[in-house]
Write a protein of this length. Structure first.
Length: 98
């Protein structure tokens, strides 16, 4: 799991109305991290800054919330797409008898 995906899942699972602090996000991610992975604080902080710069997160004082645009993108990705009707294969032509 990437740091960005972990941050997004932590914010959605914490469900704080005013946003989640970076410390709360970090604790949640460390609790859910697999034992074989090493925590890299610099990567975490860079992922937070990049998500704010990309517009995926909104920073309010020292709290982070998902932006409305990111929520719309996530909701659109979850909706099942309508499948087109399967095309019928043409019947193979029979060879003329000699």
């Amino acid at each position: 799991m990437s740091y960005k995906a972990g941050i997004v899942s932590a914010i959605t699972e914490l469900k704080d109305r005013t946003g989640s602090s970076s410390i709360a996000i970090k604790k949640h991610m460390q609790a859910n991290m697999s034992a074989d992975k090493k925590w890299l604080n610099g990567m975490f902080l860079n992922a937070l800054k990049k998500a704010v710069a990309d517009g995926d997160l909104v920073q309010n004082k020292n709290s982070y919330k998902l932006s409305p645009e990111f929520k719309k993108k996530a909701a659109a990705a979850l909706k099942p797409k309508k499948k087109a009707a399967p095309k019928k294969k043409a019947a193979p032509k029979k060879k003329a008898a000699p």
